[in-house]
Design a binder for this molecule. Sequence first.
Ligand code: ADP
Length: 300
Amino acid sequence: MVELKSAGESIMSQLFAGDVYNSSVYLKRCFPEIRSSIVTAIGQDNLSNKMLKCFESEDINTHFVFRHDNKAPGMYLIETDETGERSFTYWRSDAAARKIVDFLDAYTLAQLSSEEMLFFSGISLAVIEKRSRESFWLKLKTLKDAGVKIVFDPNYRARLWQSEDEAKCQFENAFDLADIALPGVEDLSALYGINSAEDVIEFLKLFGIQEVVVKNGPESVVTFDGDKYLSHHITPVADVVDTTSAGDAFNGVYLGARLSGKTITDAVQLGALAAGTVIQHTGAIAPYAAFKNAMAETYL
Ligand code: ADP
C-alpha cells in the first residue's frame, strides 16, 4: 500500500508498506541469495510505477506484479496525536490488489508451482474480493498439490471483516492448507479467545499443521515441529520506538532462515533479532544500514 505520514507542517512523506511486502524486504536483506517474489496487482498510474521501483530497489522479484487497467494501489494515512497515539485512515476498498486472484491464470499458476514456498496473511485474505475467495482456495490447493509449501500468518484486523465468523471461516480454510503457521497470540485471542502460546499450538494442531511458530511480543516464542514443543527466550528491547512490522520482520527472516536450511531454533533467534531491531526505528521498514549492522554481528 501507499503510506502517507505527516512530516512537519504542510509536509507529507510518502512511502510503501504492507505486511507481506515488509516480510519480503527483511527476508531479502538477510538472505540475498533467495529469490523472493511479490504476488500482487497495481495500476497504470504514476504511484504504481513508483511502487514497482520500490520493490525493485529492495531486490524483490516483480515478475508476479500485475497491472490492472483502471484500479490504483490502496493507501493509508498515519496521524499521531499530541500524546503520541497513532491512528490510521485507509482507502483500500477499491485497491488494485483486491483483484489479484483474477490474474492468477493457468500459466501463472504453472510458474508459481515451481516455487518453494508461498506466504500470505490474514490481511491478504481480507483484501481478496469475496467473489474470488472460492477461486483463491482452489488455486492455492493446486499450488500445494504441486509441492509448494503454504505459509500463513493469521494477522487479524477486525475492521477489514464484516464479522468475526467471516474471518474465522477464511482463516480456517488457510489453517487447513498451511504447512507452516506463524500466528501472534493477540490475533487468535481476539478471534478465538485463546490467550497463551501453548493453547494456540493446541488449537492449530487440530488442523495438522507441521510447523507452528507462535509470537507473543517480548514474551517467549513457542514452536511446535509436529513432534516437540520448544520455548525460545526473547530478550526484551528496552527502547521500543515503534512496534510496526515486528511480526513481519520476524516472519521474513524466519522463513529465509528455514529456506536456507537453518533449524527452527536458529531461525527463531534470527527472526527475533530482526524484529527487535525493527522496533527500535519508526515505520515498517528500518533504515538499511542500521538493520544490516544489527544483523551482521550474528552472521560473523
Ligand atoms: P506482531 O507485530 O505480529 O503483533 P509481536 O508483537 O508478537 O508481533 O512481535 C513479533 C516479534 O517481535 C516477537 O516474537 C519478538 O521476537 C519481537 N518483539 C516484539 N516486541 C518486542 C520487545 N518489546 N522486545 C523484544 N522483541 C520484541
